[in-house]
Design a protein around this ligand. Sequence first.
Ligand code: UD1
Length: 362
Amino acid sequence: MKVVSLVGARPQFIKEALVGKAVRQANAWQHVLVNSGQHYDNNMADVFFQDLEIPKSDYNLGIGSASHAKMTAALLVALEEVLVKEQPNALIVYGDTNTTLAGALVAAKLKIPIIHIEAGIRQEPKDMPEEINRVLTDSLSSVLCCCSNLAAENLAKENIHSGVHVVGDVMYDLFKLMKPKFTPEKVVNKLNIPEKFVICTMHRDFNVDSPENLNGILQGLNVIGSDFGLPVVFPVHPRTKARIKEFGYEHLLERVITMPPISYHDLMSLTLASRFVVTDSGGLQKEAFYAGKRAIVVMPDTGWREIIHEGWNVLCDSTRDSLIDGAKNCMANHPYPKALYGNGDAAPTLVKIVSNYLAEIN
Ligand code: UD1
């Protein structure tokens, strides 16, 4: 059996690390790795391959950045060639990026079954690019691997029942596996960070492409630094860096500790050493929870609603005052919720499910 696994953006490299490993351990199928190249900077891509010991991809489509239509269109063409040549028994796609949707569209037209990992996540607003990508990908998938019961319930509401499995979160598997290797003190020293701090990441279009929202967020970070005595450490995504320059907001970063994006190892180490997290990243809001840290989630809604329902993470608006309220909330003690996303064996579980599926259809 042959399965093509399609990655392209940071969070997908992280997920592939564990899924690819579980496939090799079980000797489950021939695993052909395709990197779309949606993320291409060394610290957005290569560093994850090295850090997480992901084998070199079999194909790199070198798509890079462009408008949604141009990126998706280029991917459709490039990926069709690969799938026609490889003739896999299935295609694995991860999460909610443009790479995910393009993969699903090409495979569906070639009648190649789609395995969607991290299926069933739903989030307002419905018109955000990631939500569009998720809904369409789920509707085309044959095997839908969900991180939680809530995700399976979301699919049921859309009448998607067949092929749905709750397996847990492969990012939790990875966190659990790598935790002994994280080095909070060492990374804090290496990056010359004060002992008490808050870690922040921000990259969503609705936060950083809007001058008003980005201003509110940066103002809020400044207050967290000054009034709460918690300097903010901010690895800046390239999209965000470009917007800060474009809007002339560099002065708002004078008291924020900025740096280029950092590796998985360093980000997890800093998260473990932090007081709390401020983010709009789907991955980091969960990883904060895995690390026992609370997170201010700067989004109108999140796909990871379980952690919000438990009161552990807090949603906030892109305004200074909302970030301040969030910080007050995160400074308070709160009982740690029980396991919400499986028990760390999502990758081997889903490999078994996919193997059974392939045996059934071939
Ligand atoms: C994408 C995903 C998002 C995911 C995120 C993880 C979509 C629609 N969104 O968002 O779901 O959470 O990845 O980071 O696919 N850029 C670089 N170098 C890079 C990559 C990007 O400079 O290596 C810059 C470019 O200016 C680019 C911008 O960042 O235009 C945005 O990149 P893009 O891949 O379109 O979306 P992300 O915001 O990274």
